[in-house]
Ligand binder design. Structure first.
Ligand SMILES: Nc1ncnc2c1ncn2[C@@H]1O[C@H](COP(=O)(O)OP(=O)(O)OP(=O)(O)O)[C@@H](O)[C@H]1O
Ligand SMILES: [Mg+2]
Length: 254
């Protein structure tokens, strides 16, 4: 079980995500899991941390925010990736089965850093970093080289991921998630496989890049210690398990 003081966004910036009464239930053979989000507001430019133990529903929440996973119930779910545009009603997209449109929104506006990096082993570091840019048809503009420089991986650009250390691969994954200048980067335990020193270094590089490019960050982690000094807002998160773990419910608000 974990808990923290609730801190709704303070900035007055427009909300990039606004969720009300969103629920996801997942049933396995001998266990049931429910994630409840009575209210979640994330303002543009915020940096959010979701901290919780294994199985508490962090990836479930991130996948719903990335439109990968359909919520079981939605009271309201709006998404406003551009300041000058009206919020989009994501509930209506799901209701009408607009899966391709949701995929397009994800490609255009969201960068995703997976726990294991998720790099393609047969592409060089440069091509991995260019992946989301190529999908969007963006021309080379020096962004990949700039990011490689900031992340300290310039010497590795022409190598395959296999030739890199875990920490270097995580830096490539972060570079890839930022290279197409998305509005948001969602990062699922981006430093979980690193030692504490490397984790701190990679995390501060990541937050530094998000600040440089005005990217909203939503990240999940087991550990709060090396994140709290980076000024992230921690979501309130309460997990209740029954004694034999047949049923787990997590409530997230913020
Ligand atoms: N594809 C799935 N089908 C059914 N249940 C699932 C599925 N994926 C996850 N779950 C269940 O949902 C619950 C939450 O899982 P989730 O992956 O969101 O947790 P997590 O906090 O990300 O854990 P970890 O820190 O281990 O990554 C768990 O009880 C898990 O067993
Ligand atoms: Mg997870």
């Amino acid at each position: 079980m974990s808990s923290a003081i609730s801190t709704a966004p303070q900035s007055g910036a427009p909300l990039i995500y606004h969720l009300r009464d969103v629920v996801k239930t997942r049933e396995a053979k001998d266990a049931a899991f429910t994630l409840r989000i009575p209210s979640l507001q994330i303002a543009m430019g915020e940096k959010i941390a979701l901290i919780g133990e294994s199985g508490s529903g962090k990836s479930t929440l991130l996948d719903m925010l990335a439109f990968i996973l359909q919520p079981s119930e939605i009271g309201a779910f709006s998404f406003r990736p551009e300041r000058d545009e009206q919020p989009l009603n994501i509930q209506a997209y799901w209701k009408k089965g607009k899966i391709n449109e949701l995929g397009d929104l994800r490609k255009r506006y969201i960068g995703y850093v997976m726990q294991n990096g998720g790099l393609l082993p047969y592409l060089t570091v440069r091509d991995n970093m260019n992946l989301c840019r190529s999908v969007l048809g963006l021309r080379p503009d020096g962004m990949v080289e700039h990011l490689a420089d900031e992340l300290g991986i310039t010497a590795h650009l022409n190598k395959l991921p296999d030739a890199l250390s875990t920490g270097e691969r995580q830096r490539v994954a972060i570079g890839r998630a930022v290279a197409h200048r998305p509005s948001i980067v969602i990062a699922d335990e981006p430093t979980a496989s690193l030692d504490p020193y490397a984790a701190e270094k990679v995390m501060s590089m990541f937050i530094g890049l998000a600040e440089e490019f005005d990217i909203t960050v939503i990240l999940a982690s087991h550990a709060w210690d090396h994140i709290k000094q980076l000024g992230l807002r921690r979501l309130t998160h309460r997990t209740i398990r029954n004694h034999n773990k047949m049923f787990t419910e997590t409530v997230v608000t913020g």
